[in-house]
Design a protein around this ligand. Sequence first.
Ligand code: ATP
Ligand code: MG
Length: 455
Amino acid sequence: MQETYPKAPHSAAVPLIVPRAGHSISRANISEYALKVLYKLKQEGYAAHLVGGGVRDLLLGHEPKDFDVATDATPEEVRQVFRNCRLIGRRFRLAHVHFGQEIIEVATFRGTGADDDDADRQVENGMILRDNSYGSIAEDALRRDFTINALYYDISNFSLVDYAGGLEDLRLGQLRLIGDPEQRYREDPVRMLRAVRFACKLGFTVETRTEEPLFTLGPLLGDIASARLFDELIKMFHGGYGRDTFEKLRHYGLFGHLFPDTDAALALEEQAFPVTFVSRGLENTDRRVLANKPVAPFFLYAVLLWEPVRRRYERLLAKGAEELDAIEQAGSEVCARQQPLVAIPKRFSLPMREIWSLQPRLLQRDGKRPARLIGHPRFRAAYDFLLLRAQSGEADPELADWWTRFQEADGAQRSCMTEGEAKRRRPRRRRKSGTGAGSDSGAGTAAAEGHDGGT
Ligand code: ATP
Ligand code: MG
């Protein structure tokens, strides 16, 4: 951001107002639907502002992901203005105005609820469970999370309105929570994850007072609905900066409150490959996101939970269990422990478990089995998963290479390969080599191009 602005006042009563000529936001960069909503609300006599990530990203010269609108119209009033409008959410009642695929989210200014007897606001142990109390724009600003997310673009005169010092923080490249950080995290612990997400996405530093509680308040994440955490984690890991996010979550000790089994396994330092494996998996995902390729939550979760699954699997094998039973059982146990924390919807957990279950089957290279396996709907994802394992030194690179060659081979070559295997039939459990740790086998590029993910 190039502009310098006068320092914003710290009292919300007197906002810093930057007129149209003094800032870089141009209507040409705002979605036509967001503009339609803003103009229509204004025409009906309501206040209408663009707010949140849309304003922040435009000021940073990034392309906004979506556009949020704030208004003094109540959700019901918004619904009367737009035919294509649906009201959603109980915790936070919002209006969604639909234009084909695009949705413009319209939120009514939130108040403190302090002097409003009718306010629909529920707070328990400092955590806001529901908030549908309405107020002024000044109150609304202070209820938002970070200062840089509390900037308003006023459609009535195209000015920027800053109640919390967000413009200065944008210039400094820092994330700062509005108000008392600990209290704000207690109100809504997801703000801790949002702090990590924005720090990674924007490359911002986290201001000291905002940062300190991140090291201690992790246990509060246990109070968040598991479905909300799933949505938040997808935003964190499918945003194109998943590897940084993973590292920052571990740095603050937050990762362990989301994936305790994985965290415990990663903490065992005698082996380096688990961290390498997760990092590489997330790097692959980041590359795909940046190249606008589809990414699949089931692959992501298969990566994030593999280490505890693998450990249980090894233990069951050591007790004499059969490979396919052992991997199934290890998968169920890990899922059962994970689900209450971060709910993984069935449509993702089933293919995730298939990826795991196919790993021992990839060891069987003789006879007709490889040709059959290749036709499995989850083969490609399981193969990519094997490549990652091989690259991080956990699986045999020769095995990964064999499958790469097998897919490229014609019928006759494939028969040769499987016959060769039948002849030299390796010991059944030759699945880990320890050799080639961190090495990039020939399979590397294929891994980067990865699973088709769209299934
Ligand atoms: P992006 O859409 O790029 O992920 P965003 O800042 O727009 O980022 P949204 O989740 O779309 O994030 O939220 C829109 C705005 O609503 C935020 O900018 C912020 O002002 C406010 N907001 C969202 N979540 C919270 C929260 N948990 N606590 C307080 N304010 C929030
Ligand atoms: Mg947004």
